[in-house]
Design a protein around this ligand. Structure first.
Ligand SMILES: [Zn+2]
Length: 257
């Protein structure tokens, strides 16, 4: 058994017995880990306020690779993202990247790029006043890129045309797009507008901390979300019926009423 120290982000927390928690964390040095924090609940706990979902912390834990759960020895807060915890809408959005990683990432798989992407996504959500959905869209696309599914958005895969003034098909299986006129329609093709392709190109090279400033029309935003989530679910296992997305939709419906 080894004693390990690493920065970590809490993805998910659930109660264990009367006083403990089981925390799923994305750690910087040891990938995703499930860690039991004994005596971590209640107002007398030394971890009060530290072991809350989406916090960025530093941990010391006992690790044995053959075990499903590891044991926490020490935890200290690094960053708490105050506005994520104060605003219900932001908290619901922060849950989405955390649930995607919790469900799809292999335990123990060290993935420093993903760690940075999640940390910067949480920082951006915490800092932004509007345009929060663009931060999520950036996360979806860059999560796909890190996972090896970068779509080729540079040109029509058949005629090589780069202009975006027509209608197009996106092929989920190959991550490429074709003009409507060039395209060979397969069962894995979905319609995509030139505008949506343009925003995807932009998101692939944008600065995460500036994407919230850009206003995307609602219909294009909806198409972007659909394409990104459908493409992600096609390639990454375990992402159907994400509770965090269902929860966000319920919240938005309530606000509309
Ligand atoms: Zn074409």
């Amino acid at each position: 058994m080894a004693i390990n120290k690493t920065p970590a982000i809490i993805l998910y927390s659930r109660k264990q017995g009367e006083t403990s928690k089981i925390l799923t964390m994305l750690t910087e040095h040891y990938g995703k880990q499930k860690i039991i924090a004994k005596g971590s609940r209640g107002i007398k706990s030394k971890y009060l306020g530290v072991l809350e979902p989406y916090n960025y912390i530093s941990i010391v834990f006992y690790r044995k690779e053959t075990r499903e759960f590891q044991y926490l020895s020490q935890a200290d807060g690094i960053e708490r993202f105050p506005s994520l915890h104060q605003e219900l809408g932001k908290l619901s959005l922060a849950a989405i990247p955390c649930e995607i990683i919790q469900r799809s990432e292999r335990t123990g798989h060290k993935n420093p790029q993903l760690f940075v992407l999640l940390l910067e996504t949480l920082r951006a959500l915490d800092a932004a006043a509007c345009g929060l959905k663009n931060i999520l869209r950036f996360f979806y696309l860059h999560f796909l890129i890190i996972s090896g599914f970068e779509p080729d958005l540079s040109k029509c895969s058949i005629c090589g045309g780069t202009s975006l003034d027509k209608s197009y098909f996106f092929e989920l299986d190959n991550g490429i797009y074709n003009c409507h006129d060039c395209g060979i329609l397969t069962e894995y093709s979905i319609g995509i507008s030139g505008k949506t392709l343009e925003y995807l190109r932009w998101l692939s090279r944008a600065d995460l901390h500036k994407v919230a400033d850009v206003k995307i029309p609602a219909a294009t935003g909806l198409e972007l979300d659909t394409i990104l989530l459908t493409y992600m679910r096609y390639h990454v296992e375990g992402l159907l019926n994400l509770k965090s997305i269902e929860h966000l939709e319920q919240l938005l419906n309530k606000l509309k009423k």
